[in-house]
Design a protein around this ligand. Structure first.
Ligand code: NAD
Length: 482
């Protein structure tokens, strides 16, 4: 019988009890067992964490950027030193297969190092003046206290995506992990002492979004809120940020289209589309959510895609046989996915493979790898985020029709096109209205890019130089000589 961990809040460099005694239980999705509890949190916890971050900020900003970067490198070292423990914690709290959990831990460590390397490249500008003897300088300044609100699907990496750029630019931060998968982040708090960070620079408070999350957003101390989460949470945060006109940076949902042209390399397309839908059991914001295939190759493409989906290896997150996917994160997710599939079927769609919860493991929230066709463009399953191993595939008769259908969506995060014809590829790049266009490869961004959705996929963005600049504000100085 495994022991149930009980996590505390991490405020001002210490693990402290919440002022509320209410807790939230965290489950292992593969076993359905409770593995930990976190505080439900309170307004007082939010206030305390923000006050700590505010008090720590001036001294943190006063360090040289290179000194701040040194702490980021130390955080990366701590992560690497605890790689296996963090990966196992991640796998157990959200059913991420252990190999992918290790990739997330490694990527997170590299992300800290990558952002540390920006320290000497935070640059202002000198602007020509209209006045004689005047110089105009544009300075880049930290905003002050940042709040980072994290989702459950890549909880550890997304934490770094907020902490690393905020810290290197001279901000301090309060992070709120998701209540569904907070454990890896909270284990990290127990290791932070060896990074030697000054107290209050990074704080972690657990709890419900509508309670402690909202209190963090509404506080006048908060200078920027960076949320990664659902469209609904984004809407609520915009409303709450109105109180103090607080800057928001929102990374929200996606409904990524894939266009497969007649002249696509079929081997590459089949593998990329499958990986893009199956990785982490389909619970990735930027991955393939709908496929449009040229009718001329639709039949052979579907034959091969069905055969590939049939071979998808499903297993427990700790299965040593390298499963490609595991359980969904929760019973609610399975019910949501299954509801969408059943409604699509009732509306006339054809289920080509799967289409049901997968009870093969006795326990856990598994769903079958599923392929669907015959969906109308305006149907729920083509328009709304599925976030599971379910892929609708539709034929098209012209590239313009495929592009129009791809763009016909409230989300604008990522998209892809598969073709060996440079003119079609270039036309697709021009016409697809998304923050990212992947050509002949699966949807997965690099840390040096800029992950920023169009339309309802968000405001602002993360990664690279532009992601770091989200945490800076400008001060223009007019210096007159006389
Ligand atoms: P969610 O919106 O349910 O929760 C995200 C976080 O927001 C949680 O910590 C939650 O407690 C908090 N929250 C919810 N309401 C809040 C409020 N009113 N005030 C303050 N905080 C609040 O999302 P989720 O289910 O954890 O994550 C899945 C969603 O995230 C999907 O839609 C997915 O596409 C999206 N996502 C987007 C990206 C991206 O980079 N664009 C990356 C990962 C996930």
């Amino acid at each position: 019988m495994s022991s149930i961990k009980s996590y505390k809040q991490y405020i001002n460099g210490e693990l402290v009890s919440s002022t509320s005694t209410d807790v939230i239980e965290v489950l292992n999705p593969c076993t359905e067992e409770v593995i930990s509890t976190i505080p439900k949190g309170s307004n007082a916890d939010a206030e305390k964490a923000l006050e700590a971050a505010k008090a720590a900020q001036p001294a943190w900003e006063a360090l040289t950027a290179a000194e701040r970067a040194g702490y980021l490198n130390k955080m990366a070292d701590v992560i690497r030193a605890n790689r296996e423990h963090l990966a196992r914690t991640l796998a157990s709290e959200q059913a991420k297969v252990i190999g992918l959990a290790q990739v997330e831990i490694d990527f997170t460590a590299t992300y800290f190092d990558y952002n540390a390397a920006w320290a000497r490249r935070i640059e202002g500008e000198i602007i020509q003046s209209d006045r004689k003897g005047e110089q105009i300088f544009l300075h880049k300044c930290p905003i002050g206290v940042a709040v980072g609100i994290c989702p459950w699907n890549f909880p550890f990496f997304v934490m770094a995506r907020k902490v690393a750029p905020a810290l290197v630019t001279g901000n301090t931060i309060v992070i709120k992990p998701s209540s569904i998968a907070p454990n890896t982040i909270m284990e990290f708090t127990t290791m932070l002492q060896s990074a030697g960070l000054p107290r209050g620079v990074v704080n972690f408070v657990c709890g419900s979004g509508s309670l402690i999350g909202d209190a963090l957003v509404k506080s006048p101390i908060t200078g920027i809120v960076s949320l990664t989460g659902s469209l609904e949470a984004g809407r609520q945060i915009i409303a709450s940020s109105a109180e103090n006109i607080t800057k928001v940076s929102l990374e929200l949902g996606g409904k990524a289209p894939v266009i497969v042209c007649e002249d696509a390399n079929m081997d590459i397309a089949i593998e990329a589309v499958t990986n893009s839908r199956i990785i982490f059991s389909g619970q990735v914001c930027n991955c393939a959510e709908r496929v449009y295939v040229d009718r001329k190759i639709y039949e052979p493409f579907m034959e091969r895609l069905i055969a590939r989906f049939k071979k998808v290896k499903v297993g427990d997150a700790f299965d040593t046989g390298n499963p490609e996917m595991s359980s969904q994160v929760s019973r609610d997710q399975v019910l949501k996915i299954d509801g969408m599939v059943k409604r699509a079927k009732a509306a006339g769609a054809e289920i080509l493979l799967g289409g049901n919860p997968n009870g093969a493991f006795g326990k856990g929230y598994y769903y079958e790898p599923t392929l669907i066709t015959g969906c109308t463009q305006d149907s729920e399953i083509i328009q709304d985020e599925i976030f599971g191993p379910v892929l609708p595939v539709m034929p098209f008769d012209s590239l313009d029709e495929a592009i129009a259908n791809a763009n016909d969506c409230q989300y604008g995060l990522t998209s892809s096109i598969f073709s060996e014809n440079i003119n079609k590829v270039q036309y697709g790049i021009e016409q697809l209205k998304f923050g990212e266009v992947y050509v002949n490869r699966e949807h997965f961004e690099g840390m040096q890019g800029f992950h920023a959705g169009w339309r309802k996929s968000g405001i602002g963005g993360a990664d690279g130089k532009h992601g770091m600049e989200e945490y800076l504000q400008t001060k223009v100085v007019y210096l007159q000589r006389h």
